[in-house]
Design a protein around this ligand. Structure first.
Ligand SMILES: [Zn+2]
Length: 267
């Protein structure tokens, strides 16, 4: 399956499917680069969701995402990356992104904003000490910190991070708007009253469903089953639901729209 990434050039998005430019200012386009859970689905990449509008925002950057992006461009051209939390399946490819930016094709490209949770800079420094240098990520990315409940602007989008429960880890979901269309992305979350808040009346709710049943989870909770996602979706008033982060081996009822790597959605 080919990942189709659309190239944003001079504010226009060129869409190979239609072979004509569309106006990027009004566009909110989601490319599912990778949607595997904590262990990869067969042939799959882990979490990576590219949003295109007047800019390009990559939400999460798990293992396999960089290779997929490189299938379309020598080195990915994104304006900003935003990370929901520091489990490896959501950030691991930032490590090779550093090496390629220092020594590879990324070297001559503009620096990318890297938006992290309030403790993110500290966590990256700890990882850096073991993997290279404490400041390895700062050498390549412009590190920025977001605060839960405080909207920030990146890549031409307004992004509201909301804290969600994911075991004991500091974790956020993102609500992203271009002023016209809005998408919510759960990242990883257990059941929470904040999920319907995150996805309130959005055009598209991209929500994880890692579990067969809620009682398969640990304590405190960290993931969702399909029926728990359905409850959050119903309470949110969102217009469309896209299930993601779902293990290939679990059944998914036909009534649910299931993400796959390479899927493109006009929000
Ligand atoms: Zn995950």
């Amino acid at each position: 399956m080919t990942t189709r990434i659309f190239l944003a050039t001079l504010g226009r998005v060129y869409c190979p499917d239609y072979d004509r430019p569309v106006d990027a200012r009004d566009t909110l386009r989601l490319h599912v680069v990778g949607c595997s859970p904590a262990w990869p689905n067969p042939g799959g990449a882990q979490s990576g969701y590219l949003l295109e509008g007047s800019g390009r925002l990559l939400m999460d950057c798990g293992p396999g995402v960089l290779a997929r992006l490189r299938e379309e461009e020598g080195w990915p051209r994104v304006d900003a990356i935003a990370i929901t939390h520091f489990h490896l399946d959501h950030w691991g490819d930032l490590v090779p992104w550093v090496w390629g930016s220092l020594y590879g094709l990324g070297h001559d490209l503009p620096r990318v904003e890297l938006w992290l949770s309030p403790t993110g800079r500290e966590q990256l420094a700890e990882f850096g000490e073991r993997l290279g240098w404490a400041d390895m990520f700062e050498r390549v990315f412009d590190l920025r910190a977001y605060e839960g409940g405080q909207p920030f602007r990146a890549a031409g989008f307004e992004i509201l991070p909301l804290r969600l429960p994911h075991y004991t880890l500091e974790t956020y979901g993102f609500r992203v708007s271009n002023g016209d269309r809005t998408l919510a992305y759960s990242g990883d979350s257990g059941p929470s009253e904040h999920l319907p808040e995150l996805a309130r009346d959005v055009d598209l709710f991209v929500c994880e469903a890692t579990l067969l049943t809620g009682d398969a989870d640990g304590a405190p909770r960290g993931h969702l089953s399909l029926d728990e996602v359905q409850s959050a979706y119903a309470a949110s008033g969102a217009r469309r639901l896209l299930i993601t982060h779902r293990p290939h081996e679990l059944p998914t009822d036909d009534g649910f729209e299931l993400a796959h790597d390479g899927l493109t959605v006009d929000v």
